[in-house]
Ligand binder design. Structure first.
Ligand code: HEC
Length: 242
């Protein structure tokens, strides 16, 4: 009897895991493409999914039918019910116990001066818009660090900020470039190539790349499209998030 219960339990656990694993695979291919939801539910340009509470019914509906008047498409033409259910299981596994709270797409209300900073932060029409490399307030792409602590005092300090994590990548077939390591394995090395204003995720064979300290990278080049007053307005917005 005990044995049966254990067996039943492991079969159920396995069945559930299997669905979450399938969902994880489907999420990677359908939902976590570069400028949408980040991998493993971290924020991309679309809202962050991890750590939020959704009901299964609501998630299934949103995945199948999308959200009208937004960039969120419906997937019911491409994915059958079982696959949509698997993606919902995976997202639920990231979000913890479900509560009866619908997905909120509106951004929180802010006073006008902070709204201006937020609009600049996510301004996709400018090269060097912060949201292309940083997440804030549940949006944006988290390539650089979360900007909660240690904010630079002003625009000048932000431009001059020197990262300890950005390396100089010496390559076999190309000129050296500033790179933010993502995954340094024995055979494969993945980095964000910061030589262009929109960072590019690149993978090299470990034998083709050497990461040396001091990338000599700072924000100055990237932030040329912003005036000091605009950068200060962005910093006020970020301070208000703390
Ligand atoms: C091209 C990508 C890119 C853009 C665009 C960009 N950043 Fe960064 N930012 C980075 C990287 C990379 C780092 C350093 C990451 C590290 O050290 O781990 C960084 C670091 C920072 C830091 C320091 C964080 C800390 O913990 O010390 C702040 C603050 C910051 N950025 C704010 C901004 C703001 C504000 C904007 C827009 C005006 C902006 N960034 C635009 C890539 C970018």
């Amino acid at each position: 009897m005990k044995f049966c219960a254990v067996l039943l339990f492991s079969v159920l656990a396995f069945a559930q895991d299997d669905s979450i694993a399938t969902g994880a695979m489907l999420f990677r291919t359908h939902c976590s493409v570069a400028y949408c939801h980040g991998s493993a539910g971290t924020p991309g340009r679309a809202p962050q999914l991890a750590g939020r509470s959704f009901t299964r019914e609501h998630l299934t509906d949103v995945i199948a039918n999308g959200i009208p008047k937004t960039a969120m498409p419906g997937f019911k033409k491409e994915l059958n019910q079982a696959r949509i259910a698997a993606i919902a299981s995976y997202v639920l596994s990231l979000t913890g116990p479900a509560a009866a709270e619908p997905i909120k797409l509106e951004r929180r209300d802010l006073p006008p001066e902070l709204k201006a900073g937020r609009a600049l932060f996510f301004d996709a029409t400018r090269m060097g818009g912060c949201g292309a490399c940083h997440a804030a307030d549940g949006w944006g792409i988290a390539i650089g660090p979360a900007l909660a602590k240690n904010l630079p005092a002003d625009a000048a300090a932000l431009r001059a900020y020197q990262s300890e994590h950005v390396r100089r990548a010496e390559l076999q077939k190309e000129a050296p470039l500033p790179a933010l390591p993502v995954n340094v394995g024995a055979t494969i090395v993945t980095v964000y190539d910061l030589s262009s204003p929109l960072p590019v995720l690149r993978t090299f064979a470990a034998s083709e790349i050497r990461l040396t300290p001091n990338g000599g990278w700072n924000h100055a080049g990237t932030l040329r499209a912003f005036s000091d007053a605009e950068l200060n307005s962005i910093l006020s917005f970020l301070r208000a998030l703390q």
